[in-house]
Design a protein around this ligand. Structure first.
Ligand code: SF4
Ligand code: SF4
Length: 439
């Protein structure tokens, strides 16, 4: 059986947040494979933990992926600041075809457009994918999962960091489907009343007050914060108010554009023009929306650049939704040229931490050796790109550890789901399978 099929059977999806089924990327042809260990969301350390504790799996995954796609070059991209992970990965690369590529501590170093340029010097064509530049990019945990899949082991555990206002910030391996409430309890509990969760990080994550959200194969961590935290207050501003304030208060200073990492790489992303569009009617607005088409939603314009504390990233999100609804595709220039000031304008993580008022919460979050022994999990049927899985089990069924419990419809893009432990199916709903561990 080839690697792509083994990876499909093991249910591997992008573990860095993307959730794209990994077997599809392994079916492409490329000359370069990059393991993305850039991990640039402030306070999250799960990729560094994977590289420290499973370096051989990561490097083995890169070599397997290189063979699958026909690549002659393979890299693990990692920030110099993660010294321990650099040492373990460097040792694991010795005697292999995989090289270490050291990165500076900038945000968003993990954006695939940024990463491909840093590692290979190439630029992905506008609106394209890494494969259009001859590159396959996978998160380091995805590659470790690919190495496990090659040995017949499915994805049942997820690495994630529990950071922010908790007693003991920690990185954990937890059964997929564990609740964030249980993860936060394992970190000693929240230190603030009415905690707000930034799932997946402050910059690109989703904000919720619901602690019962289950971990999925794409979860990377959670930052727990007080409702009074200044960034949380901004994030909780109702969407209509974000647009209304932007319409009246944007002074078109261009700072959002001048710091935009996609603009600095030479792509036609100009969030100040999207903000200008807020003042136009539906017809005129469409043309301003085009300036958001190539935005990667990194959040720098809203959370770092704008001196007025406005919401250009959210305006870009709305603009992209409108473009999708109108089925309007990118037709502008496809060959970017990096801005001459790019190097000097990149945003160091230290400066970002200051801006986000996170300096006091910037603590190590070491990996706990033993995976969390959750007693109950809620397995979301949709855990990444593509169609949701269709349940293969019913309430009351007994399942073995690693058994397939859901599968995407035949021929559809998606990923299989496996039971993380032996147990009994409590319930099957339209969106999830609930499983209790056997005594
Ligand atoms: S940085 Fe803020 S005020 Fe300046 S153009 Fe962008 S959204 Fe408007
Ligand atoms: S979120 Fe803002 S800074 Fe980031 S790519 Fe989009 S427009 Fe640029």
């Amino acid at each position: 059986m080839n690697l792509a099929e083994l990876v499909r059977l093991a249910g591997v999806v992008g573990a860095g947040g993307g959730g794209f089924p990994a077997h599809v990327k392994l079916s492409a042809r490329a000359d370069t494979v990059i393991a993305n260990g850039a991990e640039c969301e402030p306070l999250l350390h799960k990729d560094a933990a994977v590289m420290e504790h499973r370096p051989r799996d990561v490097v083995r995954g890169v070599e397997l992926a290189m063979d699958a796609v026909g690549a002659t070059a393979g890299f693990v991209a990692i920030k110099t600041k993660n010294q321990h992970a650099v040492e373990t990965i460097t040792a694991a690369c010795t005697g292999t075809r995989v090289q270490v590529k050291l990165l500076g501590d900038y945000y968003p170093a993990g954006d695939e457009y940024d990463l491909v340029h840093e590692v290979t010097g190439r630029l992905i064509p506008a609106a394209g994918l890494p494969i259009h530049a001859g590159v396959v990019v996978n998160n380091v945990e995805t590659l470790a999962n690919i190495a496990a899949a090659a040995e017949g082991r499915p994805v049942t555990l997820k690495y994630l960091t529990i950071a922010g206002a908790v007693r003991e910030p920690v990185t954990l391996a937890v059964p997929v489907g564990t609740s964030f409430a249980e993860c936060i309890a394992a970190a000693g509990g929240a230190t603030v009343p009415d905690p707000v969760l930034c799932l997946g990080g402050m910059m690109m994550g989703e904000t919720t007050t619901n602690l019962d959200v289950p971990v999925t194969k794409t979860s990377t961590g959670v930052i727990v914060l007080s409702r009074e935290h200044p960034v949380v207050k901004r994030k909780l501003t109702p969407p209509a108010a974000k647009a209304r304030i932007g319409k009246s208060a944007c002074d078109q200073c261009r700072f959002c554009t001048e710091f935009c990492p996609r603009f600095l790489l030479g792509y036609a992303v100009e969030p100040h023009l999207v903000m200008r569009g807020l003042g136009f009617n539906a017809t005129g607005k469409q043309d301003w929306n085009d300036w958001a088409a190539l935005c990667c939603a990194c959040g720098l314009c809203t959370l770092y650049a704008c001196p007025e504390q406005l919401f250009p990233k959210e305006a870009c999100d709305d603009a992209k939704s409108a473009l999708r609804a109108a089925n309007r595709k990118w037709t502008g220039p496809t060959t970017p040229r990096p801005h001459p000031m790019r190097e000097g304008r990149r945003v160091p993580i230290k400066a970002l931490l200051r801006k986000l008022s996170l300096e006091d919460l910037n603590a190590p979050a070491p990996l706990r050796a033993e995976p969390l022994a959750s007693a109950r999990v809620r397995l979301r049927l949709k855990q990444g790109a593509g169609a949701p899985g269709q349940p293969l089990v019913a309430a009351g069924a007994r399942v073995a550890a690693g058994e397939v419990v859901a599968e995407p419809p035949t021929g559809a893009l998606g990923a299989r789901l496996h039971a993380p432990f032996a147990g009994v199916v409590e319930a099957v709903t339209a969106t999830e399978i609930v499983l209790s561990r056997s005594a």
